[in-house]
Ligand binder design. Structure first.
Ligand SMILES: [Zn+2]
Ligand SMILES: [Zn+2]
Length: 307
């Protein structure tokens, strides 16, 4: 297993993500800018730039090698950073819904670009908020790593949703949403298009999933309305987490079907997972692969609903 160690930059040092410091990042690949402003200059509300210290590199052919009993693959892929605001002191969850929506629209746009590269099989959008959650810079940002393989967790979820669909003839996530909305015990909040819920037997305290109510396997096919509703439910949920738990560090992850075979993952249902970081995996978790969660999801959802 690979662990990406990020470089930690202390507070009050030079910040490459602040407005006026655009020349300290690689040239932007996407930006939302004031009319007439020039690329890599001030006048933006969101910038997407290649990571200066990428986990994977875009150049080169995809090669598979044998190294004794081990299989190896060249590290081809893309690693981009989405700078969510020019203001160093803003947090994503406190930005206006329209700005949060802009972030998810930028993710959709980049996913559609990665998808056209035949070497790329899937992309992982994620956000590390706060040092304990793995953020290397405190300026609000998120990342995308586009990979030449299907990630291990996505592979497990795809296998699970396929097995369920073969057995029951329906989507496991759609069935979960239907049942959870009826019982309500693990629902955190809802809007017309999304539901936020604490998943049954969740791994981590206050782990919350944000799921589109309408079945869809690919995030990048989302309409503008769906993206806006996702931004709304993210802001609502993150606001509840902040209020209840005192603005903890958190990770946000997007899980969406792999690229390539357009109908091969119809059984899958894209969603995002929000995980407040309140403790860390320790001996039992690493040893057994099971998680001990001291806050049952029913209690977590109730507390978040009331926050
Ligand atoms: Zn900054
Ligand atoms: Zn579904």
């Amino acid at each position: 297993m690979t662990r990406f160690v990020e470089k930690v930059v202390a507070e009050n040092t030079f910040c490459p993500f602040c407005e006026n410091n655009e020349s300290s990042t690689p040239p932007e690949v996407l930006a939302l800018r004031d009319y007439g402003s020039r690329p890599d200059c001030p006048g933006w509300s969101l910038r997407v730039v290649p990571n200066k210290f990428p986990a994977l590199k875009a150049e080169g052919e995809l090669e598979r090698m044998k190294n004794g009993i081990y299989d190896q693959m060249s590290g081809v892929g893309m690693h981009e950073v989405l700078i969510e605001t020019p203001d160093h002191n803003q947090a994503l969850a406190t930005l206006p819904v329209d700005n949060i929506s802009d972030l998810f629209m930028a993710v959709r746009s980049r996913f559609n670009v990665f998808k056209s590269d035949s070497r790329i099989l899937c992309a992982q959008f994620f956000k590390n908020h706060g040092h304990e959650a793995g953020a290397s810079l405190e300026h609000s940002h998120s990342q995308i790593i586009a990979m030449p393989v299907i990630s291990r967790l996505l592979g497990e979820e795809l296998a699970g949703s396929k097995a369920y669909s073969v057995k029951h003839g329906s989507c496991v996530y759609c069935d979960i949403i239907r049942d959870e909305v009826i019982t309500g015990d693990r629902i955190v909040s809802e809007n017309d298009l999304f539901v936020a819920l604490a998943p049954y037997a969740s791994r981590f305290a206050y782990e919350t999933w944000l799921l589109p109510k309408k079945h869809s396997s690919m995030f990048e096919n989302s309409t503008d309305d769906a993206i806006h509703a996702l931004a709304e439910i993210f802001k609502d949920t993150a606001g509840r987490v902040d209020k209840l738990l005192g603005s903890p560090p958190y990770n946000l992850m997007l899980h969406t079907a792999p690229f390539g075979d357009p109908s091969g993952a119809d059984h899958y249902h894209w969603h995002t997972e929000l995980m407040p970081v309140l403790g860390q995996a320790a001996g039992f978790e690493w040893g057994a692969g099971f998680h001990i969660n001291s806050v049952p999801p029913e209690e977590a959802a109730k507390a978040l609903r009331q926050a």
